[in-house]
Design a protein around this ligand. Structure first.
Ligand SMILES: Nc1ncnc2c1ncn2[C@@H]1O[C@H](COP(=O)(O)OP(=O)(O)OP(=O)(O)O)[C@@H](O)[C@H]1O
Ligand SMILES: CC(C)(CO)[C@@H](O)C(=O)[O-]
Ligand code: BAL
Length: 283
């Protein structure tokens, strides 16, 4: 079955659509995306449907989370295919503002997250990133005012930062994390995977294999530094340029010295040719 979602592009049209939904006292869940949808995004939509009666998906490639040297201009844009996928999932509303709608002339306000979840990892290599994400997600939450918002664990640090922001600013949104969907060979699905050459695509699952190997060593009682160095070496040998390969506390994202320091998550970011991939797993 397939049902065409309503598509809105201006704030007044969004308000009218949401008034209609709220008049029916329906609960709402928002799935923020940058489009180029894949099965990972679809899994978020399906979780949203289980949580709420009405599902809103935003599609907006947010310029403020890209550095000038990054891929904002070339980021994959697949509008028609995205709408077809969301129709097949019977999504109710697509919120698709343009850049001028989100950032009108004179826009001069930013949400700057701080605290342990923002220390290191992505923030070290993309220092502009969480300010851009928090600002746009803060706007999306105030525009849509959903009961729930679904984010993927694939972007684990983002999930933690957004959860904290929603609480800190009393945005009234319950942020829910959804597990990472992988290709059959373990590679985490990502819109940027289309950048990989056929040869790089064969190498890319090494990230997941390295995390699994380090996790197994940690579970077997290996020293944390040694287990992490082993994983990092595998990744470098496969031809990646490693940004980070770290074990952190799964809740606070604080650095840890031993697996006894709490539930542990391994997080990785590495570049293969011109493609930067990130991933993480629980230990
Ligand atoms: N493989 C996946 N499994 C589960 N959720 C995912 C997956 N990939 C992305 N998501 C989630 O989808 C939401 C939208 O992400 P986005 O549109 O940036 O897609 P992406 O595939 O992560 O793209 P990118 O290549 O830019 O990282 C985010 O909450 C993200 O964590
Ligand atoms: C949350 C998000 C939609 C904000 O632009 C983006 O960072 C993403 O797609 O993960
Ligand atoms: N999925 C995270 C969005 C970004 O890398 O810009």
């Amino acid at each position: 079955m397939s049902r065409n979602p309503m598509i809105v592009r201006t704030v007044p049209a969004l308000r009218r659509a949401l008034d209609g939904i709220r008049a029916k006292k329906a609960t709402t869940a928002l799935v923020p995306t940058m489009g180029a949808l894949h099965d990972g995004h679809v899994s978020l939509v399906r979780l949203a449907k289980r949580r709420a009666r009405k599902v809103i998906v935003s599609i907006f490639v947010n310029p403020t989370q890209f550095a000038p040297s990054e891929d904002f201009g070339s980021y994959p844009r697949t509008w028609k295919a995205d709408v077809a996928r969301l129709a097949a999932e019977e999504v109710d509303l697509i919120w698709n503002p343009d850049v001028k709608t989100m950032y009108p002339d004179g826009f001069a306000t930013r949400i700057v997250p701080e605290g342990p979840a923002t220390v290191g990892l992505e923030d070290r290599f993309r220092p502009h990133f969480f300010g851009g994400v928090a600002t746009v997600v803060g706007k999306l939450f105030t525009q849509v005012r959903p009961d729930f918002a679904i984010f993927g664990e694939k972007d684990f640090q983002q999930l933690r930062v957004v959860t904290r922001m929603a609480r800190d600013l009393d945005l009234g949104v319950k942020v829910i994390g959804s597990r990472t969907v992988r290709e059959r060979d373990g590679l985490a699905m990502s819109s940027r995977n289309v950048y990989l050459s056929p040869e790089e695509r064969l190498t890319a699952p090494v990230l997941y294999r390295a995390m699994k190997e380090s996790a197994a060593r940690l579970r077997a009682g290996d020293d944390l530094a040694a287990a992490m160095a082993g994983g990092a070496e595998l990744i470098a040998k496969a031809g990646f340029i490693l940004d980070y390969f770290e074990a952190r506390h799964a809740e606070t994202l604080a650095p840890i010295a031993s697996v006894k320091d709490g539930p542990v998550r391994i997080l990785v970011a590495a570049r293969l040719g011109k493609t930067r991939l990130i991933d993480n797993i629980a230990v």
